[in-house]
Design a protein around this ligand. Structure first.
Ligand code: T5A
Length: 206
């Protein structure tokens, strides 16, 4: 039986990484075999691409280059990690996927959605997440949390207007694909965020 593909999305510092272990525990409680992974990244080559993308101490990256690097990493990740796992019946929980490309490169950088769509079809074929949990919080709050955590990377050093566009793009995806994308109010304290995640996952796994 094929595994299910779950993604976790949201702007900077909304709590994706913090909640991954919680989601893992919930699924494993139900004896669901699970693989945790992230984007950009997930294979040695894709993690190297991630380093290049997040490093702000290098030459400026053209937006087309950035978009292609995201999909180059994704192609590698899908072929070597995501598809083999799903084919074996393992569920995959991925910290960010293509919705992030629509939000950051499409919304934040204003790149043509038709180009992203073309690359999505080219790289993924018919692979799409079965469920996406979108952690949503005002930009200011997410950035405050991200700053507390440490040094900011190349994306985190963008201006507030960029992150506002990212947030609005995510919310628009959720509005258009409400069957797949469940919004989690990430402004709440951790236990309340986890209660919402629990509810969304139970509805999905029932
Ligand atoms: N990107 C990625 C693209 O541009 N296009 C793409 O296609 C893809 C796939 C990747 C970057 O790449 C970009 C987007 C990103 O900028 P990343 O590391 O995956 O980087 O993403 P980040 O958003 O940078 O991850 P962060 O680690 O900053 O955010 P998280 O994981 O959402 O936040 P987290 O869990 O580290 O939490 C931040 C802090 O808040 C606290 C935590 O303890 C932590 O200190 N916190 C809470 N505090 C109070 N109440 C709560 N409910 C809290 N939840 C968390």
């Amino acid at each position: 039986m094929a595994g299910r593909f779950i993604t976790l999305e949201g702007g900077e510092g909304v709590g994706k990484t913090t909640n991954i272990a919680y989601i893992q525990a919930l699924l494993e409680e139900q004896n669901i075999p699970l693989l945790l992974t992230r984007e950009p990244g997930g294979t040695t080559l894709a993690e190297n691409i991630r380093q290049l993308l997040l490093d702000k101490e290098q030459e400026s990256i053209a937006e087309q280059t950035e978009l292609l690097m995201m999909f180059a990493a994704r192609a590698q990740h899908i072929k070597h990690v995501i598809k083999p796992a799903l084919e074996q019946g393992t569920w995959v929980l991925c910290d960010r996927f293509t919705d992030a490309t629509y939000a950051y490169q499409g919304g934040g950088r204003n790149m043509a959605l038709s180009s992203i769509q073309w690359l999505e079809n080219f790289v993924q074929g018919d692979l799409r997440p079965d469920l996406t949990l979108l952690l949503d919080a005002p930009v200011q709050l997410g950035m405050q949390r991200a700053k507390q955590r440490g040094k900011l990377d190349r994306f985190e050093s963008e201006k507030m207007a960029f992150f506002e566009q990212v947030r609005q793009s995510y919310l628009s995806i959720a509005a258009h694909q409400s069957e797949r994308v469940k919004i989690i109010d990430a402004t709440q304290n951790l236990s309340s965020v986890q209660a919402q995640i629990n509810q969304a996952l139970r509805a999905f796994t029932q």
